[in-house]
Write a protein that binds this ligand. Structure first.
Ligand code: COD
Ligand code: ZN
Length: 372
């Protein structure tokens, strides 16, 4: 029996308040309105960003999740680019194709992302209800639910044979890291790179540096358990700042003689951001900030560092224009040009989401993909 146009009852992981565990509840998911798509989520990663949101900085109750892949259940009025049955990836960064960023060949920060900061759909309402209460959306994706409603501009259609439990990582972690190296830094063949933070996103930066032909890739993390995988994916050496008396930027300058040509901060720590910039070659070094800081958090940088020509850059979603490139990245995975499999260390069912949180908190996993 078709569910088109009807409310769907399904399971979702709700965060009712800050620092509470996720609670698996039955939710009602309203049909998609104009230019919206209702998706049956099949798989979703738990990303480092969600871990940062468990405390505060958002609205509650909320359904988090932004690293998702699924199948279109039904579409609202005026949707023309996807149809029922299509396999899709959810995009926290939309691509409207019309704003100044979408029209600029270098930009990818679609201005329509700002709509998702309301935690509601474009008409100011939620499509989720639980126990009679509206539940907030997250990143216009809310993938920790068996069904979700998102905007058409936040959906990328993908190869119909793609394994959703793998390619969901293209929805965030992999693309964010890999693109930061390829698109934002534009890593050059033979260069020396350093990557601060070896989570799923940092390891994807390493894969990007390797694909771009970097000769030396230095992984930096305080958790040495991350080193083995980093080396498997292309790091030529790994170091922990805790093993040195000197600041890490001095260690990197000593190791390379001149500083690294490309340095990536993939932690979200203001001190490490300043250290990453200072680790770069003084003339042509490029430092890319991938980690997130809350609005208002300042970075304490010695202004003298810029005199000689260093560059400091931000990066979101690896600089990819989302709809155009996610489809292509999935094709590259299918053609075995990129590999996501080493990033997936755990698979759990959605109802075990709190176990996945624990695995992330204790640094025991790179990516836990939740199966719905
Ligand atoms: N020095 C060195 N390493 C550190 C330090 C430190 N002081 N503190 C933590 N680390 C290491 C941890 O041991 C861990 O290995 C790694 O840093 C962080 O990895 P994860 O697994 O927690 O996180 P990721 O890789 O999933 O995500 C990292 C981000 C920095 C991308 C994420 O936390 C973030 O800030 N996201 C927002 C920015 C963004 O682009 N988001 C896109 C949507 S997610
Ligand atoms: Zn993410």
């Amino acid at each position: 029996m078709s569910t088109t146009g009807k409310v769907i009852k399904c399971r979702a992981a709700i965060l009712w308040k800050p620092n509470a565990p996720f609670s698996i509840e039955e939710v009602e998911v309203a049909p998609p309105k104009a230019k919206e798509v209702r998706i049956k989520i099949v798989a979703t990663g738990l990303c480092g960003t969600e871990m940062k949101l468990l405390g505060s900085n958002t609205r509650y109750p909320i359904i988090l999740g932004h690293e998702g892949a699924g199948i279109v259940e039904s579409v609202g009025e005026g949707v023309s680019t996807v149809k029922t049955g299509d396999k899709v990836i959810t995009l926290f960064l939309p691509q409207c194709g019309e704003c100044a960023s979408c029209l600029n060949s270098e930009g990818n920060y679609c201005m329509q992302i700002k709509q998702s900061f309301t935690n509601l759909m474009s008409d100011g309402t939620s499509r989720f209800t639980c126990k009679g209460k509206p539940i907030y959306h997250f990143a216009n994706t809310s993938t920790f639910s068996e069904y979700t409603v998102i905007r058409e501009i936040s959906v990328a259609k993908i190869d119909k044979v793609a394994p959703l439990e793998k390619v969901c990582l293209i929805s965030c972690g992999f693309s964010t890291g890999y693109g930061a190296a390829i698109n934002t830094a534009k890593v050059t063949p033979g260069s020396t790179c350093a990557v601060f933070g070896l989570g799923g996103v940092g390891l994807s930066v390493i894969m990007g540096c390797k694909a771009a032909g970097a000769a030396r890739i230095i992984g930096v993390d305080i958790n040495k358990d991350k080193f083995e995988k980093a080396k498997e994916l292309g790091a030529t050496e790994c170091i922990s700042p805790q093993d040195f008396k000197k600041p890490i930027q001095e260690v990197l300058v000593d190791m390379t003689g001149v500083g690294v040509e490309f340095c990536f901060e993939v932690i979200g720590n203001p001190e490490m951001m300043a250290a990453a910039l200072a680790s770069c070659h003084e003339s042509h070094g490029v430092c890319v900030i991938v980690g997130f800081l809350k609005s208002g958090v300042q970075i304490n940088i010695d202004g003298f560092l810029f005199l000689s020509g260093r560059t400091l850059k931000g990066s979101i979603f690896g600089g990819w224009k989302s709809r155009d490139n996610v489809t292509k990245l999935v094709s590259e995975y299918m053609a075995k040009k990129i590999n996501l499999d080493p990033l997936i260390t755990h698979n759990l069912n959605l109802d075990k989401i709190n176990e996945a949180v624990e695995l992330m908190k204790t640094g025991k996993c790179i990516r836990c993909v939740l199966i719905l």
